[in-house]
Design a protein around this ligand. Structure first.
Ligand SMILES: *Cc1c(COP(=O)(O)O)cnc(C)c1O
Length: 417
């Protein structure tokens, strides 16, 4: 790796809440990132950047954030040794337990952080987009806890598929707006949320759910999620006296992955592996693996890798897991991939489903279908080490619990019989 990249990674890897600095200041990760938003959103984006920079230097903000991490979210999350899985797969496997967070995934780390930021900025309302509803529930939860009004945009198709999460959000006091434009899923909900924000920025903050969107969003989301990697590195060293051979996470927009990778960015011997949604085939429209199959483009305010046609029209995507069903990936992943610091592989729906069942039976932990992609990638990589007669140590980011997926998985298993 070139020394200019190593220098950049060194700065990037500093934990924002310790260094007090927004990085990268200009929002560019190599050629990726930046601000490519409509004119109407620029004042809101600039206000957010100014306030976030100030918050990073404010000890009371950091203290408050860590108070909520500890007393509300349940952090630090455990690092669990996966004994039976280790034996069965022939490796030393450790799990970073984001499934044990309040609301059941890593999403709350970011939602509570941005809700606190909104409150500091004097906003009385937060809005968000949601696909499966996990980010919507986390945002509605943060709003209830901090006494903020909350509106969640959700594609009409997803409202129908995920009605339990719709009731949860309503119960928490949020308004859920079904989006009927486009193909009525996540990307259309994101468009609507951005439209709302442009009109109501005076009293509204837009809580984006992954490490995507215009600068400074990818940096803010990564900062809030990097608590995963900071904790995991410390815990892993404490239990093992050494670092893992590889860290594995699933990648939708890329927030849980960037969060755990950040703890290990400059530990060059530690391989950082992302599992993308390989869907049912490598053909366009049948997967959501934006790094594997995407091209450079501009969407939702950022320059990154997207699944699109030759004219830059964003394509439909598919994944068995709603949380990975997004046609792009955060700009920081696009950069880390380009310089060769991280590696990405596509995992098929069927492989993820099989691993979902296997992990449940071997560990007594049912991972989210998203997370099952990460487990499956770990399993396949371990097999490569066996060919070299090696037994690797592996850290897997267990991004969320799988209760939400149980009925869908049973439906699919029945249907395939
Ligand atoms: C939303 C979600 C993901 C995918 O989002 P990222 O931003 O890529 O982390 C992964 N796992 C779980 C459990 C989720 O809820």
């Amino acid at each position: 790796m070139k020394s200019k990249h190593k220098k950049f990674l060194k700065k990037l890897s500093k934990f924002a809440f310790k260094s007090g600095k927004l990085f990268p200041e200009d929002g560019y990760y190599g050629e990726f990132g930046g601000v490519y938003s409509p004119e109407v959103l620029i004042p809101a984006i600039q206000e957010l950047e100014k306030n976030y920079k100030k918050s990073l230097k404010d000890k009371t903000f950091i203290k408050e954030l860590f108070y909520y991490y500890r007393e509300f979210c349940g952090r630090p999350s455990l690092l669990t040794r996966a004994d039976r899985l280790s034996k069965e797969w022939g490796a030393e496997i450790w799990l970073k337990r984001e499934d044990l967070n309040h609301t059941g995934s890593h999403k709350i780390n970011n939602a509570i952080g941005q809700a606190l930021l909104a409150k500091r900025m004097g906003k009385k309302r937060i809005i968000a987009e949601t696909g499966a509803g996990q980010h919507g529930v986390a945002t509605a939860t943060a709003a209830a806890k901090l006494g903020l009004e909350c509106t969640i945009y959700m594609g009409e198709e997803d409202v129908r598929r995920q009605n339990l999460n719709v009731y949860r959000m309503k119960l928490l006091g949020a308004e859920v707006v079904p989006v009927t434009s486009g193909n009525k899923t996540l990307k259309d909900a994101t468009n609507e949320a951005m439209r709302d924000w442009a009109k109501t920025v005076e009293y509204t903050h837009y809580v984006i759910g992954s490490a995507i969107g215009p600068h400074p969003f990818p940096a803010i989301v990564r900062d809030f999620q990097s608590i995963i990697g900071v904790e995991a590195r410390k815990q892993f060293l404490k239990y093992n006296g050494s670092l893992p051979d590889m860290v594995v996470a699933c990648v939708g927009g890329g927030s849980n992955a960037i969060g755990i990778f950040h703890g290990f960015l400059t530990d060059y011997k530690v391989r950082l592996l992302g599992a993308e949604a390989g869907g049912i085939s490598d053909h366009k429209g049948e997967n959501a693996a934006s790094i594997m199959f995407g091209t450079v483009g501009y969407f939702h305010g950022t320059k990154s890798l997207f699944i699109q046609d030759d004219d830059g029209q964003i394509s439909n995507v598919h994944s068995v897991s709603a949380g990975l069903d997004y046609p792009g990936v955060g700009p920081e992943h696009a950069y880390l991939h380009q310089i060769g610091r991280t590696e990405y592989y596509a995992i098929r729906d069927k492989e993820a489903l099989d691993t979902f069942v296997e992990v449940s039976r071997l560990e007594g932990i049912t991972p989210a279908l998203e997370t099952a992609h990460a487990f499956c990638l770990a399993k396949k990589e371990i097999e490569k080490y066996h060919k070299k007669k090696q037994k690797p140590s592996v850290l897997i980011c267990l991004s969320g619990r799988g209760d939400k997926d149980v009925s869908e998985v049973f439906r699919l298993i029945e249907a395939s019989k």
